[in-house]
Structure formats: structure tokens, C-alpha cells
Design a protein around this ligand. Structure first.
Ligand code: SF4
Length: 431
């Protein structure tokens, strides 16, 4: 057994292949420090511009979503919380009536809403409510103007990006059927990134491309046996499973982070659609070169620096691969809430051997490992950042990586900058 992994309560897998494809994984279960899936509403409501997210939850949920999305103060927000107080089972019929009347008032006041998500949360009074039945009931009464779906953003799930996975999986069940051979890009991307990818796919020769989620409810893509889908985010296990159950096929690829990741992601799609490698190179060569030039500007600051990932966003493995291979950083520990072996296979094969891979969390033990390692940069959730900074460790909030456009060639330099900035700040403070 590998000594570095020998901890009480940990399970490990043996193996030793190129990269980290078969590297041992430290698995731990204990206290976790993560946000809940409601957080996803912050970026999802910006993406689907005629959708509304109605959290069915407690005052805590209302506070979380208000503070996480505080930036929306100047616009009429497209999310709200229906607060369900503690009540006994006899009160559940009233709760359903209340929910129907809240939704009725909302739709009367906001006729532009075309897609309404009832978002479940973890308080026990909410768990007693059957939100999928409520969504079906409301969908029937509001059709055809409004479609109502439900999903859970509960903090009982693994981590905050699962909210997007649950939301998209709910959408997949509602997509129309097609047998047409089309590419479907899955995962919320900033509009600017989506536009860039659309242009790149067109240049490569793949014109029939859909994006999930779409910008408007009316543009929900059709899926079926001809659909080839490409994940743009690594945390979409349930969505992928739902698409596969509709007959769609996943295109295995690394994720489009950095110049190399973006090229390999596009190449996987090109190969699936029988596009010649020369055409891919011709379509992507200039943009890839521009991305590599932008990355070179950050390499002097980042190369050789040691980085430690706490498990938070599920982006950790692709980020570690990008930072190690394109910027010369040295990942010490790459923690992820959930290691999806199949979806991360290409990433793990590319990630240079060396870092400890860990899945799940026992936060005190992980903090001990981090303190012992004294990394140059620690990527973690908001709750851990301040204490670690107080101990003299530079940190990067992982949630920023969901709020910032980071995918694709044109964003590669910005992505590197997100990691360089805390180090530059420290240097300035030290002068
Ligand atoms: S869903 Fe649960 S974890 Fe999330 S804010 Fe509401 S009570 Fe808290």
C-alpha cells in the first residue's frame, strides 16, 4: 500500500499507468465544506433568459440565494424563494395550494416567463412535498404558455455544481425527439463562449450544433439516436445518463480548458463527425496560437508553483491538467467531490503523475495535509479561504471558476490569470 495514502477510514485503489489514469485515489467521508446546489441558479438564470427559478425552501435558502446573486440588484431577478414553514402532514395539502397560488401570481405578473423551475431544497418540510407532481400539475394548468419542471438543489447532495446537473437532467426528460445526426454541447457556457464555439464548429464543418441549456425555452434542442453529445462541464453525470437513455451517444473528450484542452475537445467532435484532421487544424490553428501566446505571459509567474485543490466544483481534475501541462504548475493534491472515472478518463490520462488524487472530504484531515504541504496556491470554497489566508496561504475561490467565462481559446489567458492574480497580489504585499 502506498504510504502517502495510508489513512484510517480511507479506501484506495491500486494502479500505476501513464498520467493519472490508474493512479490511487484517496477516498474519505467526513465533514464537508461546500455550498449547496441552489448556487447554480446564479449562472443558470443568466443563461436561460426566459426561465424563472422558484426555490421551495426555508429562510436560509432565501438568504443564500439572495447573497450569492446579489449582483442582480439592478434588474428584476428571475429567481425567488417560496418559504415553506414547518408543518405536519395534514398541512401538506395547504402547502400545495400555497405553492399553486404563488406560481399563479408569479406568472400573472411576469408573462415573459416561459420555463419555470421548482427547485427543491433540504429542509425537512420541503422534502415532504412532492415537487415533481406539483410541477406536472402546474404544467398542465399553465400549458402551453409555461412549462414547469422540478429538480433538487439540496445541500444533502454532493456539491454545488450538482444543481446544474439536476436542472439539465430535468430538461432532458422534456426534450422533443429527433433521429437527426446533430452535435449537442452540454453544460452552461457564457454566451460569448457559446458564440465562439458555434463559429469554430461551423469552420470545422459541423453546422448542426445545439447547446443545452439553450438561451430561450423555445430553443430547447431535440435529442435521439442521432445525437452525439459533448460535455462542456465535468459535473454532468445525471444529465449524461438521461441523454444516453434517450439514445444519444457521448463523445469522450477532455474538457475545453486551455489551448490544448480546447483543441482536444474540438478534435473529439471532429473525429466523431468524420472531419479530416487538416480541416480542424486550419479552422483552429490561429486561435490556438493566440491562446498559447496569452498563456505564455502567465507562465513565468505560475511555472513550478505548487497547487492544492480542495474538493468543491468538480472542475478540479481538468484544471489541474491545464495548470500542470500548459503552465508548468505542480499539483500536490487534487481533491474532487466525486471522481467520475468515465467522464474524466481522458483528463486523468493527461494529468502528469505525482499529485495525490482524493475524492470526497474529511475536511480536518485535508486541512492538515494542506498545512503540511504549504502549497503556493490553494483552490477551495469560500468557507476555507479566509482561515487559510490567515495562516499565510494564498487561495483562489473555486466558485469564481463557475461565474467567469473560462472555456475555449479566447478565455485561456483569463483562466491562467485567475490563478496568477493571488500570487501577484502576495508579491505586491510582500514588497
Ligand atoms: S438547500 Fe439546504 S443547504 Fe441549501 S441553503 Fe437551503 S437549507 Fe441551506
Amino acid at each position: 500500500m502506498n504510504g502517502a495514502l495510508h489513512e484510517v477510514g480511507a479506501v484506495q485503489e491500486a494502479g500505476h499507468a501513464a498520467g493519472c489514469a490508474d493512479a490511487p485515489v484517496l477516498r474519505q467521508r467526513g465533514q464537508r465544506e461546500v455550498f449547496c446546489g441552489l448556487t447554480g441558479i446564479v449562472w443558470l438564470h443568466r443563461k436561460i433568459q426566459d426561465a424563472f427559478f422558484l426555490v421551495v425552501g426555508s429562510r436560509t435558502c432565501a438568504h443564500l440565494i439572495q447573497s450569492a446573486a446579489g449582483v442582480m440588484i439592478f434588474a428584476e431577478p428571475r429567481f425567488a424563494t417560496a418559504i415553506i414553514e414547518e408543518r405536519d402532514l395534514a398541512g401538506l395539502a395547504d402547502a400545495n395550494d400555497e405553492l399553486d397560488s404563488v406560481v399563479g401570481r408569479l406568472i400573472a405578473r411576469r408573462p415573459e416567463i416561459k420555463l419555470l423551475f421548482l427547485v427543491g431544497s433540504c429542509p425537512s418540510e420541503v422534502i415532504k412535498l412532492d415537487l415533481s407532481r406539483a410541477a406536472q400539475r402546474l404544467s398542465r394548468s399553465l400549458a402551453p404558455a409555461v412549462r414547469v419542471l422540478s429538480y433538487s438543489g439540496s445541500g444533502i447532495e454532493t456539491t454545488f455544481t450538482q444543481g446544474e446537473d439536476a436542472c439539465l437532467a430535468a430538461l432532458v426528460a422534456d426534450l422533443p425527439t429527433t433521429r437527426a445526426r446533430r452535435l449537442l454541447v452540454v453544460g452552461a457556457l457564457a454566451d460569448v463562449v457559446e458564440d465562439q464555439f458555434r463559429r469554430l464548429f461551423a469552420a470545422i464543418g459541423i453546422a448542426d450544433v445545439d447547446f443545452l441549456p439553450p438561451r430561450r425555452a423555445a430553443d430547447l434542442p431535440a435529442v435521439g439516436a442521432g445525437t452525439m453529445f459533448l460535455l462542456a462541464q465535468p459535473f454532468l453525470a445525471d444529465t449524461a445518463r438521461a441523454l444516453e437513455s434517450r439514445g444519444a451517444t457521448r463523445i469522450a473528450a477532455p474538457f475545453p480548458l486551455g489551448a490544448e484542452g480546447t483543441t482536444l475537445w474540438l478534435r473529439a467532435a471532429a473525429e466523431a463527425f468524420g472531419i479530416a484532421p487538416a480541416r480542424l487544424r486550419e479552422a483552429t490553428g490561429i486561435a490556438e496560437h493566440r491562446a498559447r501566446t496569452a498563456l505564455a505571459r502567465h507562465k513565468a509567474m505560475l511555472a513550478g508553483k505548487r497547487i492544492f485543490f480542495f474538493p468543491d466544483s468538480q472542475l478540479e481534475v481538468p484544471l489541474a491538467r491545464f495548470l500542470a501541462r500548459e503552465l508548468g504548475m505542480r499539483p500536490v493534491e487534487v481533491g474532487t467531490p466525486y471522481l467520475h472515472r468515465a467522464h474524466l478518463a481522458e483528463e486523468l490520462a493527461l494529468l502528469p503523475a505525482g499529485p495525490l488524487l482524493s475524492e470526497g472530504q474529511d475536511v480536518d484531515r485535508q486541512l492538515d495535509r494542506c498545512r503540511a504541504a504549504r502549497p503556493d496556491l490553494t483552490v477551495c470554497g469560500l468557507g476555507l479561504a479566509n482561515p487559510l489566508e490567515a495562516e499565510g496561504l494564498a487561495t483562489k475561490w473555486s466558485i469564481e471558476l463557475l461565474f467567469t467565462p473560462i472555456q475555449g481559446y479566447e478565455q485561456a489567458g483569463d483562466l491562467a490569470d485567475l490563478f496568477a492574480r493571488p500570487l501577484v497580489r502576495r508579491l505586491k504585499l510582500a514588497v
